[in-house]
Design a protein around this ligand. Structure first.
Ligand code: 1OR
Length: 297
């Protein structure tokens, strides 16, 4: 099939890597954009260098369609350097255009049609006075981005469908959650989160078993793949409320604060309901209100 062909990794290896001539200043600007991009900031040095080589600048004034839904001539992939772009797909009941979301600097778009050889799934329109983009052509996308991104989306597709927290997201939104996952491993006994510390990430359990501790007491066990923790510090901007430790060797995926804020907006109400459960299941007052346990420790 068409899509099987596009993920054949041996073909990707043979694709030529383009080097588009540009100033040192532009190279620096691309690098800075990549570092704030959820898709590329964790990439290795070789990938970053390939991206910097392949990208070229595109500027579009407000109101211009950068991509048109249904277009079959898809040849470019983009990352936003400055400005915002609206994603528009289909129409509302009154016939007006349906604006789904606004993308900000660091966001990428235009990957779907190149990954699956499908028509453009949505319209992408410049939504600020001047939008600055870095673009690359289809060949470069296939050589540098496609295999890695597709493998990661595929790897976590089934997992993400089972995460009850994320049921309310569209399958496209779940794919972009996978893009932002950073895979981490811990050995039995390692601390993933330290009570009182500043929080930078939330975690989903992929395999293994972890436990939350209140002082030295286990107050919660995470063993079902898709279980999550570490969200409260990000949700409420407060220090870690408990320690979480790997009970066995653990495989986790982390979402950093930027990804959390960008992706978890639609499920904030679910996270807040879940937060209320903590109080019901594991009543914990302030340390002063429960001196006995610690005094005897
Ligand atoms: P493309 O090559 O199809 C349009 O060109 C791009 O819009 C698409 O790649 C994505 O990069 C981007 N559904 C489909 N495409 C989207 C969506 C989207 N959001 C951004 N793009 N949804 C919006 C999710 C908030 C799901 C709609 C049901």
């Amino acid at each position: 099939s068409v899509s099987a062909e596009s993920i054949d990794p041996t073909k990707q290896m043979l694709a030529p890597k383009k080097v588009i001539d540009k100033s040192d200043e532009d190279r620096e600007r691309i690098r800075a954009t990549l570092m704030r991009s959820f898709l590329f900031k964790h990439g290795d040095a070789a990938q970053t260098a390939d991206l910097v080589n392949a990208m070229y600048e595109v500027r579009r004034p407000r109101g211009v369609d950068i991509i048109k839904q249904g277009d079959r001539e898809a040849n470019e992939f983009f990352i936003i350097d400055a400005g915002e772009c609206d994603i528009i797909k289909g129409t509302n009941e009154d016939g007006s255009e349906r604006r789904l979301v606004t993308l900000r600097p660091g966001a990428v778009f235009g990957e779907l049609a190149l990954m699956y050889n499908t028509p453009r799934a949505a319209t992408v329109r410049a939504a600020s006075d001047e939008v600055v983009l870095w673009a690359m052509d289809r060949e470069s996308f296939k050589a540098i981005v496609l295999v890695q991104t597709m493998q990661k989306r595929l790897k976590y597709e089934a997992f993400l469908e089972e995460v009850s927290l994320l049921q309310g997201l569209s399958s496209y939104e779940r794919a972009t959650v996978a893009d932002s996952f950073v895979e981490v491993r811990y050995g039995a006994g390692d601390r993933v989160i330290e009570e009182g510390a500043e929080g930078h990430d939330m975690f989903f359990l992929v395999a293994g078993k972890a436990e939350a501790l209140d002082k030295e007491n286990v107050v919660r066990i995470y063993e079902k793949p898709g279980a999550y923790f570490g969200e409260l510090a990000l949700l409420n901007n407060e220090p870690r409320k408990a320690t979480v430790r790997a009970a066995t060797a653990c495989e986790l995926v982390a979402l950093d604060r930027a990804a959390f804020e960008r992706l978890m907006g639609p499920v904030v109400d679910v996270l807040q309901r879940h937060e209320a459960d903590y109080a019901l299941l594991t009543p914990r007052g302030s340390v002063a209100a429960q001196p006995a346990a610690t005094a005897q420790a």
